[in-house]
Design a protein around this ligand. Structure first.
Ligand SMILES: [Fe+2]
Ligand SMILES: [Fe+2]
Length: 169
């Protein structure tokens, strides 16, 4: 179906967001398993629960606007997933893998922030105030997760560099 109106684009972008969240749900258990740090493991576990809620919010947005999701693939998340697979082929140490996963998680959260910022604006422009609030709830969770990830990346990065320096003495 050709996309010709802002509403068509809204439905398309919402469908893309659903695909992104579904892909993230399949990635989070692996990220949990690969996290050495307890706080990071816990952050991924909490975000898995939040992601389930975000998908329910997206389903509710579709219900409110009387549309159903298109079958579509979010290629941005597919790309981030491919990067994760490619890194595995480089035989990373568990510590390096954990740091790489933090970088990947930061990229993912920032992508999601841009995605939901656009969706909130489109919902408001189209007069879907309740839908805009649900999308804003998702955006707030992504922002909080991005902050958590950046904080953990700073802490763990520092510890790993210290360990590396201690080991080379
Ligand atoms: Fe999400
Ligand atoms: Fe997220």
């Amino acid at each position: 179906m050709p996309l010709t109106t802002p509403r068509d684009l809204f439905v398309h972008e919402l469908s893309d967001a659903m695909s992104a969240e579904q892909q993230i749900l399949t990635m989070l258990p692996e990220l949990q398993a690969e996290a050495l740090n307890h706080e990071l493991k816990e952050a991924f576990e909490i975000h898995e629960q939040e992601t389930h809620q975000q998908l329910r919010n997206l389903e509710e947005v579709f219900r409110q606007i009387g549309e159903s999701p298109e079958a579509t693939t979010c290629y941005a998340l597919k790309g981030i997933g491919d990067e994760h697979k490619a890194l595995h082929q480089e035989q990373p140490s568990p510590e390096v893998l954990e740091m790489a996963n933090l970088v990947g998680a930061a990229k993912t959260e920032h992508y999601e922030m841009a995605m939901y910022t656009g969706l909130v604006q489109m919902a408001k422009d189209l007069g879907h105030e309740e839908a805009a609030q649900l999308l804003q709830d998702n955006l707030d969770q992504e922002k909080a997760m991005a902050v958590r990830i950046e904080m953990l990346a700073r802490e763990l990065g520092k510890l790993q560099v210290q360990a590396m320096l201690a080991g080379s003495r």
